[in-house]
Design a protein around this ligand. Structure first.
Ligand code: CU
Length: 214
């Protein structure tokens, strides 16, 4: 099939077409994306840590977003899912402002959707954090302080047991060197006796050889 010249001639345009399609797939998605507006900045900024929930939220886009009814949606919720946005968002040129209300605590999530100046809807989300409400930390703080206490008692109990267990081991190791010293002393004595005996024999041999040879 591949060796046939006709097949090669037919497959060449197909290969070129496939190559062009692949190039188009790589290059073309960038074209409409660059035409979309983008969220340039926000106030509060993404991942910001604030002292308190601000009274409003402002999003700044790269171009004027459309002001059609329902085109702009902003949902602001806290960690518990409580809605913090109040009233409709206000679009003014490239800026969208959303009034906030409530006592948001912890992570605050902002979901936004606007219609880009080219008519395409774009959306995104980000979050910032505000201090956790005063009523919430009390049970978590008492729970965290009460939890380590039993673990501290549990951890001290095995260490005491380990110390008492280690004490007999130390006395055992303290008494054990004495038999070893006695054994070494006995070996030294035996060795000394053997050396004396062999030395005496050697002297005897030398004396014999000396009397004969020299
Ligand atoms: Cu677009």
């Amino acid at each position: 099939m591949i060796s046939s010249p006709d097949a090669r001639r037919r497959s060449l345009p197909a290969a070129v077409a496939a190559l062009l399609l692949a190039l188009a797939a790589v290059l073309l998605p960038g074209v409409p994306a660059s035409a979309h507006d983008e969220l340039v900045s926000s106030d509060p900024a993404a991942d910001a840590t604030l002292d308190a929930l601000p009274s409003s939220l402002t999003l700044t886009f790269s171009a004027e977003v459309l002001t059609d009814d329902g085109a702009t949606v902003i949902e602001v919720t806290d960690a518990a899912g409580t809605r913090l946005d109040e009233g409709a968002p206000v679009v003014a040129g490239t800026e969208v402002t959303q009034a906030l209300n409530g006592e948001g605590s912890g992570a605050v999530t902002v979901l936004w959707r606007v219609v880009s100046s080219d008519g395409h809807p774009i959306d995104g989300d980000f979050s910032f954090s505000v201090p956790v409400a005063a009523s919430t930390p009390t049970p978590t703080a008492s729970a965290s302080t009460s939890t380590p206490t039993p673990t501290a008692v549990e951890s001290s109990a095995p260490s005491e047991a380990a110390e008492t267990a280690a004490a007999p081991a130390e006395t055992a190791s303290a008494t054990s060197p004495l038999p070893w010293i006695l054994l070494v002393v006995a070996l030294v004595i035996v060795a000394g006796v053997l050396v004396y005996v062999f030395a005496a024999r050697g002297r005897g041999d030398a004396a014999d050889r000396g009397s004969v040879g020299r």
